[in-house]
Design a protein around this ligand. Structure first.
Ligand SMILES: Cc1cc2nc3c(=O)[nH]c(=O)nc-3n(C[C@H](O)[C@H](O)[C@H](O)COP(=O)(O)OP(=O)(O)OC[C@H]3O[C@@H](n4cnc5c(N)ncnc54)[C@H](O)[C@@H]3O)c2cc1C
Length: 376
């Protein structure tokens, strides 16, 4: 690695160009904030280990950011869900009229579209900038330094570097969902349907199959290590595949190696800022405790963080007041869903999903289940 002592000045530096960081940078530019620098350890486009499902609230966020049409062109539409319960009930729930409810868009494509919209809007990007330390002066964050010695000094530093971030604020106990996944071609699947399998071997989580294109799917499991035990991820995943996908994988062609990655979550959103610093996305543990969904919460928190920074930088709103509002908006919007996630995890152990599917022979119960799943 060559070292550098270059220093760049900015109004805002955003650390990490995933959905949360790029959404923040893009919204800042759309809000008229100038001198925004976005840094990432990688260059783009880049992959990210992820099921790549964009939920209805994720679609709403990319619509607001003006990048939905670009993403929609690259995405696979979803209008049904196959649900398998711990008691092995198996049901398909279809959206009325086959309407698209969600999409699967490869993170390589989705992240790039948000990132590109940000740089097209005037955000300056520094690739291969592996942030190593925050610059702190007199109790205030003043920017960030990379492993190679480059520094970006800024009035505000947005922390958007995902699950492994060490720069969150007031986060409390770290909770982690474990995940491992793989990719295959030529797996038979029902078009436009995702599959979620709630088996006891991964309780209170689930395994999934998400179609990415007409030919290619990703399959994975989420699970947790409880009471200090450390499960063997590959062994557990193989057991899951043998139980649910052995037949369908017989003729399939694997694409690349299996990949594991944690998902960090919280039930209670604490303070998301300190002087000069704002935390967005998974760096602030804003992912769903039952489903692991994180893309939409990342973008939504990024949009609101950018609005708060606009208020401070362009409308002279006091910093603490604006960032308290940012935290309160995230807490008010996400907490009900996160608490519902906690309740769902508990209910799963009681057999409620089996009973719901037993009752789901009527349109009314199916509609209630669809709505419940959509709002989880
Ligand atoms: C197996 C798996 C499946 C998932 N499936 C889904 C799903 O289907 N739908 C969904 O909504 N969510 C899913 N999630 C969760 C989702 O991937 C994350 O919550 C989401 O990506 C968080 O977005 P983010 O922008 O906060 O962080 P990230 O997407 O992780 O982006 C962080 C960025 O920061 C950069 N970075 C990291 N460290 C540094 C550093 N030191 N310096 C500079 N840059 C750095 C990284 O390169 C990256 O570009 C899944 C997660 C996993 C692990």
């Amino acid at each position: 690695m060559t070292t550098s002592h270059e220093t760049i000045d900015a109004q805002v530096v955003v650390v990490g160009a995933g959905p949360a960081g790029s959404a923040t940078a893009l919204r800042l530019a759309q809000n008229g904030v100038e001198d925004v620098v976005l840094v990432d350890a990688h260059d783009f486009p880049r992959d990210k280990t992820c099921g790549s499902a964009l939920s209805p609230r994720g679609i709403k966020a990319v619509q607001e950011l003006g990048v939905w049409s670009a993403i929609e062109r690259l995405a696979y539409p979803i209008s049904a869900i196959r649900l398998v319960t711990p008691g092995k009930r198996d049901i398909f729930l279809d959206a009325p009229g086959g309407k698209t409810q969600a999409v699967i868009c490869l993170r390589r494509d989705m992240d790039y579209q948000i990132f590109k919209a940000a740089t097209d809007a005037g955000v300056r990007f520094l690739p291969h900038f592996r942030a190593k330390a925050l610059l702190e002066e007199h109790g205030r964050v003043r920017g960030v330094t990379a492993a190679d010695g480059r520094t970006v000094r800024a009035r505000f530093t947005v922390i958007a570097n995902g699950a492994h971030s060490k720069w969150g604020t007031d986060l409390g106990r770290k909770r982690e969902i474990r995940a491992i996944m793989g990719w295959w071609k030529n797996v038979p699947f029902r078009p436009r349907a995702i599959e979620m399998i709630f088996d006891r071997m991964v309780e209170p989580y689930y395994g999934w199959l998400f179609p990415e294109t007409e030919e290619r799917v990703n399959i994975g499991i989420t699970y947790e290590d409880r009471d200090g035990e450390k499960k063997n991820a590959r062994e557990l995943f193989q057991r899951f595949l043998d139980a649910y996908y052995a037949d369908r994988l017989r003729e399939a062609e694997p694409v690349g190696a299996w990949k594991g990655h944690p998902i960090v979550y919280t039930y209670n959103i604490g303070r998301l800022f300190s002087r000069g610093r704002v935390v967005v996305g998974e760096a602030g543990r804003m992912t769903h405790p039952a489903t692991g969904e994180g893309i939409s919460f990342g973008m939504r928190s990024g949009i609101w963080a950018a609005d708060a920074l606009r208020d401070i930088l362009l409308r002279k709103v006091p910093e603490t007041a604006a960032l308290k509002i940012y935290t309160a908006r995230c807490a008010a919007a996400f907490s009900p869903s996160f608490w519902a996630g906690r309740a769902f995890r508990r209910l799963l152990r009681t057999g409620v999903l089996d009973r719901a599917v037993d009752l789901a022979q009527t349109q009314v119960v199916q509609e209630i289940m669809r709505r419940f799943l959509a709002h989880l």
